[in-house]
Write a protein that binds this ligand. Structure first.
Ligand SMILES: NC(=O)c1ccc[n+]([C@@H]2O[C@H](COP(=O)([O-])OP(=O)(O)OC[C@H]3O[C@@H](n4cnc5c(N)ncnc54)[C@H](OP(=O)(O)O)[C@@H]3O)[C@@H](O)[C@H]2O)c1
Length: 286
């Protein structure tokens, strides 16, 4: 890669940021398509978010990804916000076009693309989504637009209710809300086709935990666990052992990044290159 005076700059802001896989995936993608772009990670404290976003314009960056804890606070400094990002009140991608800053959220789209590209169609299907945090919020709206039915289950049941009501209104579809107790999971999984775990249960270091007891899984229930650290969670292992279709959290990570890449460059993302870069890094770390 040759950095020159013409090189376009993209990056990611968050705090902490050192663990981010985005620089690895995005730089691999820019290089694969021979694009004169570079992608860097910036640690930005909450008190500096407005300065950082205004800096996009001042320094003529092409755009930024935004990660925790800034996905909501960046919104106040943008010129236009895409409808999906407005609904879920969260932006993870900023595009600088002619000095105007546009906000998008590619998390939900990334999850839906990950399912579809791995052979899991949403149309006509019933989906059970576990979680009501930041990632679940984005996924719930994107899934509700495509699937026939959606149930949102969360440990804090009132947050599942609030998310269900929000998405119900926005997607104009009835959304069920419940707790994450085994009896509620059982009742909702009975006639479901797809299970998505968007809680942090099963994440390192608690890799022996799963949000769904294996007895409640079955071979014709497709499972996506968005946790990607470890690469294969207990939930994914259990579902695989039963012969179910499993989509890993790395797939969502790749497709949300691919969608951001496409927003900045206007070109189809080299998904295979991004997958290889992310997996090589994660396998080395494992
Ligand atoms: N693959 C990807 O691209 C991708 C993208 C984003 C996030 N993620 C992963 O997704 C996970 C969630 O991220 P997030 O940003 O949404 O986090 P978050 O906003 O903090 O939400 C955490 C969610 O997990 C639930 N939870 C936490 N501990 C639990 C427990 N012991 N039992 C039951 N539920 C529990 C929380 O329930 P309560 O509401 O009851 O607290 C909440 O629904 C993380 O592991 C993150 O690394 C992956």
């Amino acid at each position: 890669m040759t950095i020159s005076g013409k090189t376009r700059v993209c990056g990611v802001i968050g705090d902490p940021i050192e663990h981010s896989l985005s620089p690895i995936m995005q730089n691999a993608a820019f290089q694969a398509l021979d694009l004169d772009y570079v992608y860097l990670a910036f640690k930005v404290k909450p008190s500096c978010v407005a300065d950082a976003v205004n800096g996009i314009r001042a320094l003529n960056f092409r755009g930024l990804n935004v990660t925790m804890p800034h996905k909501k606070s960046v919104m106040a400094n943008l010129d236009r916000i895409d409808l999906s990002a407005q609904i879920i009140d969260s932006v993870n991608t900023i595009l600088n076009k002619d000095n105007l800053l546009f906000g998008f959220n590619t998390d939900g789209v990334g999850a839906v693309r990950a399912l579809k590209e791995n052979g899991v169609a949403l149309k006509g299907r019933k989906v059970v989504l576990l979680g009501a945090g930041g990632a679940a919020r984005a996924i719930a709206y994107a899934v509700a637009k495509e699937a026939d039915e959606l149930a949102v289950l969360n440990r804090t049941a009132k947050d599942a209710q609030a998310l269900a009501r929000l998405v119900e209104k926005a997607a104009n579809k009835r959304i069920v809300a419940a707790s994450i107790e085994p009896e509620d999971i059982d009742a909702n999984l009975q006639d479901s086709d797809i299970l998505i775990n968007a809680t942090s249960v099963g994440m390192k270091p608690r890799i022996d935990e799963t949000p769904v007891p294996i007895e409640l899984l079955r071979s014709n229930l497709a499972v996506m666990d968005i946790v990607y650290n470890p690469l294969e969670t207990k939930l994914a292992k259990d579902a695989k052992a039963l012969g179910a279709k499993v989509v890993s959290g790395v797939e969502m990570l790749i497709y949300q990044g691919a969608s951001s890449f496409e927003i900045w460059t206007g070109k189809s993302a080299p998904v295979e290159v991004m997958r290889k870069a992310a997996l090589t890094h994660l396998e080395k770390k494992a």
